[in-house]
Design a protein around this ligand. Structure first.
Ligand code: PGA
Length: 250
């Protein structure tokens, strides 16, 4: 049985004060949920203060991005060691906003995944098709190539990873994939992982769904056999809605 994982991607939201307030409410609201991994991913400026707030609690810290190099002349970037230094456990890599707005390719994501694993960070690797690609019947081809290229050379370590299937057309739009649509792609992703890395890795890898997850649709999505939790954007910015989604993960 894979343990479900629900992560809040706060994106470019929350000052330090606001982030600490939200982290406190999430920490206190899910202190009894050792059966689900719950993660909050604040912006870089709030990582350390949120880390302090959630220390000694089951709630885990994630970052939203990182650079693949250890250190050096990379103005504006953050290294894997810097994330470890503030006790990050997870890092979101290849989010569609990074891919579409900041030019991240599968090759870049692949380098970051390898660097994260070397530093004992668990990558949450995002994949997903655009609306045009779905309507053109290319969902399978696109998602397959994103998974194959982003995870190239990772081997059995894929078992430690989290993959987030986030159809771009469902992110921040209020229009979620139906549980059946999501399950179909999650199953495909697990089959791609099986072909690349073997049955044990495919069985172990956790695949989250992301894209307009709300308290009203979370339970149905999380009930599908290949959906192992969610990556939550908008609904993670308020503790009550995020905690309700966490409660839907059983
Ligand atoms: P959303 O974002 O829940 O606001 O659609 C999800 C994400 O981008 O990770």
């Amino acid at each position: 049985m894979r343990k479900k994982i629900v992560a809040g991607n706060w994106k470019m939201n929350k000052t330090v004060g606001e982030a600490v307030e939200l982290a406190l409410a999430v920490r206190d609201g899910c202190s009894d949920r050792s059966d689900v991994d719950v993660v909050v991913c604040p912006p870089f400026t709030a990582l350390k203060p949120v880390s302090d707030v959630i220390a000694n609690s089951p709630l885990k810290l994630g970052a939203q991005n990182m650079h693949a190099e250890k250190s050096g002349a990379f103005t504006g970037e953050i290294s894997p060691a810097m994330l470890r230094d503030v006790y990050c456990h997870y890092v979101i890599l290849g989010h569609s906003e990074r891919r579409s707005l900041f030019g991240e390719t599968d090759a870049v994501v692949n380098r970051k995944v390898k660097a994260a694993l070397e530093h004992h960070l668990i990558p949450i690797v995002c994949v997903g098709e655009t609306l045009e690609q779905r309507e053109a019947g290319q969902t399978e081809t696109i998602v397959r190539s994103q998974v194959e290229d982003s995870l190239e050379g990772i081997g059995e370590a894929v078992a430690r990873l989290v993959i987030a299937y986030e159809p771009v057309w469902a992110i921040g739009t209020g229009r979620n994939a139906t549980p059946e649509q999501a399950q179909e792609v999650h199953h495909l992703i697990r089959e791609v992982v099986r072909a690349m890395c073997g049955a044990a890795a495919a069985q172990a890898v956790r695949i989250q769904y992301g894209g307009s997850v709300k308290p009203s649709n979370a339970r149905e999505l999380f009930a599908k056999p290949d959906i192992d939790g969610g990556l939550i954007g908008g609904a993670s910015l308020e503790a009550p809605s995020f905690l309700e989604i966490v409660r839907a993960a059983v």
